[in-house]
Unconditional design. Structure first.
Length: 720
């Protein structure tokens, strides 16, 4: 990238960062402006109410102590005038007898015929202090004057000052100054170190610029070089003023990209919320149909339009095919964060354009929300056609960035809802979300049709998750347990160990396969705690075996990669095992080949430490990972478990036999023992014996069974 491009890029980042700030504060600024207005009105009202009150009191009770009354009403002056405009009573004794002369504001009120008046703040002609005054007249032309000291007025309204926001803004890292100019070019608030005159000089020549789009410029400020970003603030399309922020030029030189990006991230959330507020505001003011029904960025029909259109189509569908297809960009947030919002907007625009170009007859596209689009398809022939349309639309989505090497790629997925019967738009979108969630990241086709089972799937997952949590928290001691499957020594025909396999069977959901619930436990990050229970129960079983006199029978248990990657794993393992007083050598940990391959260095190191403790390690499902052979010799393991896929092939494909043979002999050469998994037939067993496989496990000997059955099996069964 050339230096110039680089500079431009940093400029862009700074600018969008400022816009982010401006945007996130714009709501506050407009609120503050409003709040201040309300506060001022309130104050005026308060003065009037106080005056009314005085009128009432004065007419009913003579000789009231006005000092007390003023205190109660929290006003600083309370004067009662007679019909000659002379003060006859006051909380300030010295004022009594004072007469308003011609031209004095009090006299002005006296001679005109307004009943009430609240003045702007002015200087008191007697004591020279600033007050805000209000008057109220009685039918007999006597009147009451109430005054509040200006500093008290400010104390009240100051809480609503934009200055607070400016102070807040300059607290941010790296921002030098900030100031805010209102629509009349008045400096409303500024941070320390910026003078009003300098500001006025600065915008002197750029008056017109202030109201336009945001702009970034390098300029001199005093003796300092700064990067000035001017961001206009709007509320409901009304221009309120401009927020100006100065960044140090070093931001460019030092490439503070990351700091600024962090800011962006923080503001991303705020901006999202703001966007929602704006959308809501749009919907509220359907004064302009175009604004209300079309997205102003992409010019596609918007969500409001979509809902109305969809409702109509559903009502008039008849027997025609009708579907809603949702397109979701999966990496838009990242793009936005990395390259800024302007760029993000540009992308959305391109996407909209590409989508529109890809549409065929009877298809209509909408912008659903930030990075989601919806296409409604009518009268197509079949589900297969739908599927291929979905793929074309995804391609159009992706095309956006094609050829633009700088910005990587865009990825998208689609979910489809085929409408049957009467259904609401809300329900459709909810179900489309579900279908979208069901798309696996690595699936070849990123398309999913919603079907009713999906909803059930989600409910089921939630139930399983709840049960697992109860198990972990000790609230449910029944649903979760271990079964044990014997492993047989092929030389002695004796059971040499068991593999512990997790089981879940609850009243609510029935029997759940470990493939399903272990996977879920991993996704929901419950596997670590569940794993601790598995280790603990395996220890108890190992102790039981010892107690029954089967000294050398080991217990193997499956360890998930998410367990082993946790820093405290080894310590926890030691603690659990110690609490059961189980010997380390009675246990074996099985880890899948894929788990080891993916984080080889890290996991291999942990395996070494596990082995050091005296716990044996087995490489599970061997042969299913691709890179298997390359680093097998470095792996810190004792045993290789050949995946049952290779065993199953033994009596089907003669050619498959070679591979199994090779695995056995190679493993032996590396000094590992070999276990064959999933042995179901005598033929398989014969083959394995012939090729010196050490151990075998499978339904041929026993399925996984309960602890009791496992011990009975040991006592009674002679295998052979
Ligand atoms: P795995 O570790 O490969 O476990 C062996 C699986 O093969 C078990 O399925 C077992 O019942 C099955 N099996 C045993 N003999 C035969 C046979 O002769 N033929 C056939 N077709 N299958 C046989 P299961 O119990 O359904 O477990 C499935 C997987 O769930 C396990 O595969 C393991 O990856 C995972 N799993 C089970 N328990 C645990 C656990 O406690 N922790 C972790 N992390 N994963 C577990
Ligand atoms: Ca296993
Ligand atoms: Ca296995």
């Amino acid at each position: 990238m050339s230096a110039r491009n680089r500079l431009n890029e940093v400029y862009n980042i700074i600018e969008s960062s400022t816009l982010g700030i401006a945007e996130s504060y714009s709501e506050s600024i407009s609120k503050y402006t409003q709040a201040k207005k309300i506060a001022t009105e309130l104050l005026d009202e308060k003065i009037l109410v106080a005056s009314e009150a005085v009128l009432l009191i004065e007419t009913q009770t003579t000789g009231t102590d006005l000092t007390k009354l003023a205190e109660q009403l929290r006003v600083d002056q309370l004067n009662i005038y007679n019909d000659q405009a002379v003060i006859i009573a006051s909380n300030v004794k010295e004022y009594i007898g004072w007469k308003a002369s011609k031209g004095h504001p009090v006299h002005n009120f006296f001679i005109n015929d307004q009943r009430v008046l609240v003045e702007e703040i002015r200087t008191d002609t007697v004591n020279g202090l600033n007050y805000k005054y209000g008057y109220i007249r009685r039918y007999d032309n006597t009147f009451v004057q109430i005054g509040v000291l200006a500093e008290n007025v400010f104390k009240f309204t100051n809480q609503f000052e934009i200055q607070h926001l400016i102070n807040d803004i300059v607290q941010r890292d790296e921002i030098l100054h900030a100031y805010y100019i209102d629509e009349n070019l008045k400096v409303v608030a500024r941070s320390a170190g910026v003078e009003v005159e300098t500001i006025e000089q600065n915008y002197g020549g750029t008056k017109d610029l202030l109201k336009r789009e945001a702009e970034t410029e390098r300029c001199t400020w005093g003796d300092e070089e700064v990067i000035q970003v001017r961001a206009p603030i709007f509320s409901n399309d009304k221009y309120l003023g401009t927020l100006v922020i100065h960044w140090p030029t070093s931001a460019v030189d030092r490439e503070l990209k990351s700091i600024i990006l962090n800011d962006l991230f923080e503001f991303f959330i705020t901006i999202l919320v703001l966007a929602l507020v704006l959308v809501y505001a749009y919907r509220k003011s359907i004064s302009n149909v175009k604004l209300a029904y079309y997205d102003n960025l992409t010019e596609l029909p918007n969500n409001v339009y979509l809902n109305e259109y969809l409702a109509e189509e559903i009502a008039s569908r008849g027997n025609k095919n009708l579907s809603v297809l949702m397109l979701n960009c999966t990496n838009f947030k990242t793009l936005n964060m990395t390259y800024g919002y302007k760029y993000g907007d540009q992308i959305l625009n391109n996407i909209a354009q590409n989508l529109t170009e890809t549409l065929i007859e009877n298809e209509k596209a909408f912008r659903f929300n930030a990075d989601r689009f919806v296409v409604i398809l009518k009268g197509y022939e079949s589900r297969a056609v739908l599927q291929s349309r979905a793929i074309s639309l995804i391609e159009a989505f992706k095309k956006t960035l094609a050829g633009n090497a700088k910005y990587e790629y865009i990825s998208a997925q689609a979910s489809i809802y085929e409408i049957r019967g009467d259904v609401t738009a809300d329900k459709i979108f909810q179900d489309l979300d579900l279908a979208m969630l069901s798309i696996k990241e690595d699936a070849k086709e990123q398309v999913a049709f919603f079907d009713i089972t999906m909803e059930n799937d989600i409910l089921r997952s939630e139930q399983i998750e709840r049960t697992l949590k109860d198990v972990i928290e000790g609230k449910d001691n029944e649903s979760f347990f271990l079964h044990y499957q014997p492993k047989v020594d092929l030389k002695t025909n004796q059971v040499m160990g068991f593999e512990a396999l997790a089981r879940l069977n609850s009243k609510e959901i029935g029997n759940v396969s470990p493939i399903e619930f272990i996977d879920l436990a991993e996704k929901k990050l419950l596997i670590y705690d569940l794993g601790k229970q598995i280790i603990s129960r395996s220890c108890a079983f190992a102790n039981q075996l010892k107690f029954e006199g089967f000294e050398n029978v080991t217990v193997a248990l499956n360890i998930s990669v998410l367990q082993i990657l946790r820093e405290e794993f080894l310590n926890d393992v030691k603690k659990i095992i110690a609490s059961h007083k189980t010997e380390f050598s009675a246990l074996e940990f099985e880890l899948t080949e894929s788990a080891i391959v993916e984080n080889f260095e890290l996991i291999n190191h942990k395996l070494m430490e596990i082995k050091k403790l005296g716990i044996a390690v087995a490489l599970d499902d061997f042969g299913t990972g691709y890179s298997s052979f390359a680093r097998l010799h470095e792996a810190q393991i004792d045993t290789v478990k050949i995946d049952r896929y290779f065993i199953g092939r033994l009596d089907k494909l003669p050619s498959g036999q070679f591979l199994t043979e090779d695995i056995i002999s190679m493993s032996h050469k590396l000094g590992y023992t070999v276990v064959a998994e999933g042995v179901e037939t005598k033929t398989q067993l014969e083959y394995l014996k012939e090729h010196n496989c050490d151990f075998a496990q499978g339904f041929l000997f026993s399925k996984p069974v309960s602890e009791k059955e496992a011990i009975l099996f040991l006592r009674n069964k002679s295998i052979g």
